[in-house]
Design a binder for this molecule. Structure first.
Ligand SMILES: *[C@@H]1O[C@H](CO)[C@@H](O)[C@H](O)[C@H]1NC(C)=O
Ligand SMILES: *[C@@H]1O[C@H](CO)[C@@H](O)[C@H](O)[C@H]1NC(C)=O
Length: 488
């Protein structure tokens, strides 16, 4: 079948190409170039809603069948959803939540057992430890992916949970919050309603550069909470990341320092918004319209008075190929990337390891943190230029920590970073550490002064996937729903 785009007499012009050839050609062009081309002539513009063209473009994002999206055409799936939000698929972002931080990742969700199809944003949740685990803290555990954000066409939501007055025409996808929001749902309904009925509107925005910061106020004094990010060269930050096609918003800086005098007798430390020096780059912000703050973190016991939505920054997650430490071609560079480690009673935290070839140092920056050492802070530095010799007085601690296998490991000395709770200026300490690279994806960090040992495991996407596939690990809300649907 060779349908021609136009009967134009211009010889050799692109509009003279047979339809199939034109289609083939478009498959090699970036979307913006396709749109540009289609708007250059009336004849080409007649193809602007051509399903084959948008099918090809949607395929690039992993959407092969528009029937996933009800009656929406490929043209609508692209223009209403993928054009704005498609770049989020497969990306991971690091949140600036005070102390704890937070990781958010996006994927295309076409399974649709319990949800309509769309783009889902999942938060990495780490378990808080049970008191009985205090004697033998468990090794680092993979994150539990908790659904938090969903982007889809409002008409695909089941009829009984549609948002009454959709602010935009339904051919545009909207952002919904699906965090299990305690305040947005009444007590009696909480247990019986399916998860999706708790969905409520959310707002995703691109926030411009800002000097917004946080201040911590405690009985012992006040201190500016470390900015996140706080270093323009932070290795975890991915400067090439594409943001959703949303107009960047300038959020007014909130400075609540004058409110501090209203809080003279504190029972727990309180966090307030303030202005800081460091200019944080553009970020993704998420705000739940029902007020259930996705800024909340179950692990933070401090009162957070900051009204600001969390900002998410592009996080590098590509995993380099690990090299066995016994191999002759082993290089410190092979450790670069995201790791999971057990930070005693704080449970699992995410650390990004960076390599600086000039100073020959390895550093571990916290992507998630705790009330002692917050996200964004360098948790340790290692000097790779000096070989690590175990001193006689360290021998018994090392033998216990490394089970007498130390000769098979690569050992490095460095300094760790400790702080009193609250990370108030002047309450930090940098004791020595010994890092043992025990495998391509495995390390042990020893604090020789007290014999504590942190296990490090390289983060791999498959870790989280394994968790997702595990039937026993289904999110509680989904479990309720599956039970209701008779799916067991
Ligand atoms: C699609 O459209 C048909 C007819 O126009 C309608 O009967 C059907 O319910 C629609 N399906 C969905 C999922 O909206
Ligand atoms: C980390 O996990 C290992 C293995 O279970 C355990 O031996 C170690 O004590 C834990 N360390 C901390 C600091 O929790």
């Amino acid at each position: 079948m060779t349908r021609r785009v136009s009967r134009s007499t211009v010889q050799g012009g692109i509009i003279d190409l047979p339809y199939d050839v034109l289609l083939h050609l478009l498959a090699f062009l970036p979307v913006d170039a396709i749109v540009h081309l289609l708007t250059t002539s009336r004849a080409l513009y007649s193809l602007i809603k051509d399903e084959q063209i948008w099918k090809e473009v949607s395929r690039r994002y992993g959407v092969h069948d528009a029937r996933c999206f009800g009656n929406h055409s490929f043209f609508e799936v692209y223009t209403g959803l993928l054009h704005t939000y498609g770049c989020l698929i497969g990306t991971t972002w690091a949140g600036d939540h005070p102390f704890t931080g937070g990781v958010l990742q996006f994927r295309l969700d076409l399974e649709g057992h319990v949800r309509p199809r769309g783009i889902i944003g999942e938060i990495w949740a780490f378990r808080s430890l049970e008191p009985e685990e205090a004697d033998a803290y468990p090794p680092p555990e993979p994150p539990q992916l908790t659904p938090a954000i969903f982007i889809t066409f409002p008409d695909l939501l089941p009829a009984d949970c549609r948002i009454a007055s959709a602010p935009e025409p339904e051919r545009h996808a909207q952002v919904f919050c699906i965090c299990l929001c305690e305040s947005a749902i009444s007590d009696e309904a909480r247990d019986i309603r399916p998860l999706y009925q708790k969905w409520h509107g959310a707002k995703m925005q691109v926030g411009s550069e800002t000097t917004q910061g946080t201040l911590i106020h405690t009985r012992r004094g006040s201190s500016v909470h470390p900015d996140f990010p706080n270093d323009p060269r932070a290795a975890w930050y991915d400067p090439k990341r594409v943001f959703p096609r949303l107009k960047p918003q300038v959020f007014p800086i909130v400075d609540a320092t004058s409110m501090l005098k209203n809080y003279p007798h504190l029972r727990v430390p309180e966090l307030f918004a303030t202005r800081t020096e460091y200019i944080k780059p553009r970020a993704l912000t998420l705000r739940c319209l029902a007020g259930c703050a996705m800024r909340g973190s179950s692990l933070l016991t401090y009162h957070n008075h900051t009204p600001c939505a969390p900002r998410y920054y592009p996080l590098h997650t590509s995993t380099p190929h690990g090299i066995e430490p016994t191999a002759s071609d082993w290089h410190p560079r092979s450790l670069v990337g995201l790791w999971l480690a057990n930070y005693s009673y704080h449970g699992t935290e995410c650390i990004f390891i960076a390599w600086d070839a000039q100073s020959r140092t390895l550093s571990g920056t916290k992507i998630t943190g705790d009330e002692h050492v917050p996200r964004g802070i360098v948790s340790w530095m290692l000097d790779v230029s000096r070989s690590c010799v175990i001193e006689p007085e360290e021998r018994s601690t090392c033998d216990r920590a490394f089970r007498g296998e130390a000769s098979k490991y690569r050992l490095f000395r460095g300094t760790g970073h400790l702080s009193a709770r609250g990370y108030i200026t002047g309450e930090q300490d940098t004791p020595p550490i010994i890092m043992a690279v025990v495998g391509a994806d495995d390390m042990r960090m020893l604090w020789p002064e007290d014999g504590d040992i942190f296990h490090y495991t390289r983060y791999r996407e498959s870790l989280a996937d394994v968790w997702r596939a595990e039937p026993g690990n289904v999110n509680a809300g989904e479990q309720i729903l599956r039970a209701e649907n008779g799916e067991g």
